[in-house]
Design a protein around this ligand. Structure first.
Ligand code: ADP
Ligand code: MG
Length: 674
């Protein structure tokens, strides 16, 4: 009973007096011991903080004073949750932060603390206003509000006309005022200032001190770290540190609590909601893209050089695919003009002692029904005497149907082709080749005139195009064409075909079609007394060679993309090394690991995206130049999108390792770099 009542009495008193804002109990920090030095031996253990116990209330203005090397900065990093103590307890508003996750510590840094460093620690590539905005980016403040608040803060600190200046364009005092504005961006309830006047001339230093006093007067908790006793004297409380231990403490000032602007309990209460709060994904991505573009632009020539791999890779994919497709199309077209989408069925088997066999018009009708057969034309060859006036000549006769124009890919140069009606009516009409016309008519127009074919009068209805010009065989121009019906029945005297000429639709199905023709005819004839010649097979072989060539070209392009990817990784590793301090600054102002990861991944993707874009542009330009120069090239949208996508993917894959390295940096080490 006695024990219980004592316990409840303690609980009641705890409720009445809120816990201190910050309470350190026996904080120790030592370096070394675990990591191995250059000689392979463990580094010696250095005890930097040796049991610090301090409590600071909301609204206090405290100076931590001590000689250089006494452990002040180490203490500040622990106070600001940038570093964890080796041992001891840190309670923030009564909560032991040992139990806080990395994201919760990041939240505490951006919502509760505001850092002011001796070296200002501004991001060199960003303007004054953008530097001030950084903590608000990570707390998810809307863009318009963020920009307006940053401008207002800078204005209040006398930098209204320096908003768009880069840190390098500002004096030390101005830079320190920018960093104070940044500390106040998310409220800056607790300002942690580590030697804020250390790098400044006396005037600027006095200005900064006046600002800190003003902040303290308006209720901010200010923890000022200095080695200068005169500066320390401006604070309301002085804590002296020597060799990692507190040696003197002037004690809390009574008035602090009444001034305090921060309700620590309420702040902690809002943690759960605040930790997860970010801007929308789109806003975050836009912000990451903006920052990434800035960095690329600043280093544009170096970036472009590193991107050559990707540019060459993407451009060569596009150009090579275009040339590959163009050449393939050209080959196929040339083969087609030589009659490769054609097949022939000839009478007689491949065995000379086998059945002789004949082919009739009915066989052509059967073949025409086979799928993929566009035309099946009976073809009868004979030899005739043609006479006009007193000239006669012996020429080959081709008795064909009205499909001949299509199947033979042959048009009249003048006059017309015979029709299905002519075929039907056994019309005595004839088309003559160019050389026949020259022999019989000279330069005169033969159309409408009559000739005697084996003494039967025929009307000349057309003169055929010169075929020798394309086929290289001038004898093809020394023929006459007439309807199959007329030729077979009235001139040659047999309806047994010389062969069937077949035109097919799809070249890639040629083998199948040939097989089906064979089967169909064999079923009809009961024996294989014919042969199918498939000229398409040779085209397919050609196309396959082309495909291999395209594949090889693609492989070369893939290798250059790989080289490009390594380039991206290289540039990103370099970027991370160069900007280690920036990463430290971002973490100190409240960035989570995933914010850093996203930023660097975005940069890597943007780098390779720019490379891919330039590559696409180069590829199109080169391709257009080649087309203009007469090289056959066909752009493929799929190749363009594919190559660009590969470039983006390359950035993501090869950028991941450097980005993760950046996100895992220790903020204290990062801030100390350079
Ligand atoms: P102050 O800010 O008071 O000048 P610091 O806190 O920066 O002092 O450093 C205190 C001591 O801790 C110094 O002697 C310094 O050499 C040592 N120290 C600081 N950081 C490290 C580290 N990462 N590794 C080893 N020793 C360190
Ligand atoms: Mg220091």
């Amino acid at each position: 009973m006695v024990i219980a009542s004592a316990g409840s009495a303690r609980a009641a008193s705890a409720a009445a007096v809120p816990p201190p804002l910050i309470e350190l109990r026996d904080i120790r920090k030592s370096y070394g011991g675990t990591t191995r030095g250059p000689d392979g031996q463990p580094t010696p253990v250095v005890d930097v903080l040796r049991g610090i116990s301090v409590s600071i209330d909301s609204g206090e203005f405290v100076a931590i004073v001590g000689a250089s090397g006494s452990g002040k900065s180490t203490l500040m990093h622990i106070l600001g949750c940038l570093d964890r103590p080796t041992s001891g307890q840190y309670r923030f508003a009564g909560q032991d932060i040992a139990g806080f996750s990395a994201d919760e510590l990041a939240w505490l840094r951006r919502e509760a603390f505001g850092f002011v460093f001796q070296g200002y620690h501004l991001i060199a590539t960003e303007s004054a206003r953008e530097n001030v905005e950084v903590p608000a980016i990570y707390s998810g403040m809307p863009v318009a509000e963020r920009e307006q608040r940053a401008a207002a803060l800078l204005e209040r600190l006398g930098l209204g006309d320096r908003l768009d200046h880069r840190p390098s364009q500002l004096s030390g005092g101005q830079q320190q005022r920018v960093s104070i504005s940044r500390a106040l961006m998310n409220g800056g309830h607790i300002v942690l200032a580590d030697e804020p006047t250390g790098a400044l001339d006396s005037n600027s230093g006095a200005e900064v001190m006046r600002l800190l006093e003003e902040l303290a007067a308006t209720g901010h908790t200010v923890i000022l770290i200095t080695h200068d006793r005169d500066v320390a004297a401006r604070a309301h409380r002085t804590i002296e540190v020597r060799d990692g231990q507190v040696v003197a403490d002037s004690g809390k000032s009574a008035a602090a609590g009444s001034r305090a602007s921060l309700d620590a309990a309420a702040l902690i209460g809002s943690m759960a909601a605040g930790v997860e709060r970010t801007a929308s994904f789109a806003a975050d991505t836009r912000e990451a893209l903006r920052a990434a573009w800035r960095v690329l632009w600043v280093n544009r020539s170096r970036t472009l050089l590193t991107l050559l791999g990707i540019i060459i890779g993407v451009a060569s994919v596009i150009v090579m695919m275009a040339i590959g497709a163009g050449t393939e199309r050209q080959v196929v077209e040339k083969m087609a003009s030589f009659g490769t989408n054609r097949m022939y069925v000839t009478p007689g088997g491949d065995n000379p002692r086998g059945p002789g066999g004949t082919l009739s018009e009915a066989d052509a009708d059967i073949v025409r029904e086979v799928p993929n057969v566009a035309a099946a034309m009976p073809f009868l060859e004979g030899s005739v005497t043609v006479r006009h006036a007193n000239v006669d000549t012996q020429v080959p006769l081709w008795a064909v149907t009205d499909e001949a124009s299509r199947v033979l890919n042959w048009k009249p140069a003048r006059g017309i082709f015979f029709s299905a009606k002519d075929e039907h009516q056994l019309a005595t009409v004839v088309l003559i080749g160019k050389r026949v016309r020259e022999k019989l008519f000279g330069d005169a127009n033969p159309i409408g005139d009559y000739v005697l074919v084996n003494n039967v009068p025929f009307q000349v209805i057309g003169e055929l195009d010169e075929k020798g010009a394309t086929s290289g065989d001038a004898d093809d121009d020394n023929v006459i064409l007439m309807p199959f019906s007329t030729g077979s029945r009235r001139i040659v005297g047999t309806t047994n075909l010389s062969w069937i000429s077949i035109l097919i639709d799809r070249l890639d199905l040629a083998d199948d079609t040939a097989r089906q023709i064979t089967q169909t005819l064999e079923t009809a004839h009961h024996v294989r007394d014919f042969q199918v010649y498939n000229r398409a097979a040779s085209v397919r072989a050609q196309t396959e060679t082309q495909d291999t060539l395209t594949l090889m070209l693609g492989l070369i392009a893939a290798i250059s993309l790989l080289v490009g990817g390594i380039g991206v990784m290289n540039i990103m590793l370099m970027t991370v090394r160069e900007r280690t301090r920036e990463i430290g600054i971002r973490i100190a102002t409240g960035a989570r690991q995933r914010d850093i990861l996203r930023q660097f991944l975005t940069e890597a993707t943007l780098v390779s995206g720019v490379g891919g874009g330039v590559g696409v542009a180069c590829g199109l330009l080169i391709g257009a130049a080649l087309i203009a120069a007469g090289v056959p090239a066909i752009f493929s949208v799929r190749a363009i999108i594919g190559a660009f996508g590969c470039a983006l993917l390359t950035g993501l894959v090869f950028g991941f390792m450097p980005a993760r390295q950046a996100a895992r940096l220790d903020p204290v080490v990062a801030l100390a770099s350079e």
